[in-house]
Design a protein around this ligand. Structure first.
Ligand code: ZN
Length: 231
């Protein structure tokens, strides 16, 4: 399937990053000071206690700064080097795909390295680890910045979503990697690709809701199976 296809999409979720040691929301190491991520990654939590939310993001920034792309990230970047058009659609905010060398990356949930002004909406990028001053303020209008990520209860950035749906409608192969497939975006994007005639290949440690739709399912770590598959 992959060798005969020119347009390939990899839709990646938390499982992909977990193999690089990025603390996920659901798995081990997701807790910080006994808060569930669902209690902190919301507009309501930020409105109530922005400093607390920023302290949590600073902890995540430090952890993600330490993380390195794994063999799965590198295999996808290498696939692009074969001349195929490879689009990465990711729910992860750590930029590990770009760091591995992938050039077409749609960050559906934003980036941890991005901050957005709550006053004037200016966007700032800072790829260093921890921020030194919390909460960070906008150098333009001195209002507070917020993390440039999509929180629970917020909608996806329309342009990123549009680009993802368009890519899926032209795909020949859709790899769904480390994503439970139960919730958006996998639940919405996989049927689009399927309708366009794409093969759907799932790579996830455990079976998911997507397994019945997929042409192939591999229940192995992405860092193990992707290099072998793409070889
Ligand atoms: Zn501002």
């Amino acid at each position: 399937m992959i060798s005969e296809s020119a347009r390939i999409i990899a839709l990646t979720g938390a499982g992909m990053s977990a193999e690089s040691g990025v603390p996920t929301f659901r798995g081990r190491g997701g807790l910080w000071r006994n808060y569930e991520p669902q209690q902190l990654a919301t507009p309501e939590a930020f409105a109530r206690d922005p400093l607390l939310v920023w302290e949590w993001y600073n902890w995540r920034r430090a952890a993600i700064h330490e993380a390195q792309p794994n063999a799965g990230h590198k295999a996808l970047a290498a696939l692009e080097q074969t001349g195929r058009h490879v689009t990465i659609i990711t729910q992860n905010v750590d930029s590990l795909h770009s760091r591995a060398g992938s050039t077409h990356v749609i960050e559906l949930h934003g980036s941890i390295w991005k901050s957005v002004c709550t006053g004037c909406a200016a966007v700032f990028w800072d790829r260093r680890g921890k921020l030194s001053t919390l909460p960070p303020l906008c150098p333009e209008c001195h209002q507070m910045l917020r993390p440039g990520v999509v929180w629970f209860g917020e909608s996806l950035p329309p342009m990123a979503w549009q680009a993802s749906a368009e890519a899926c409608s032209e795909a020949e192969v859709l790899l769904v990697i480390g994503s439970s497939g139960v919730v958006y975006p996998a639940a919405d994007l996989a049927p689009i690709a399927r309708q366009a005639g794409a093969w759907v290949i799932e790579i996830n440690l455990e079976p998911t809701a997507l397994s019945s739709l997929a042409d192939l399912s591999f229940h192995e770590a992405a860092g193990q199976i992707l290099p072998k598959l793409l070889q």
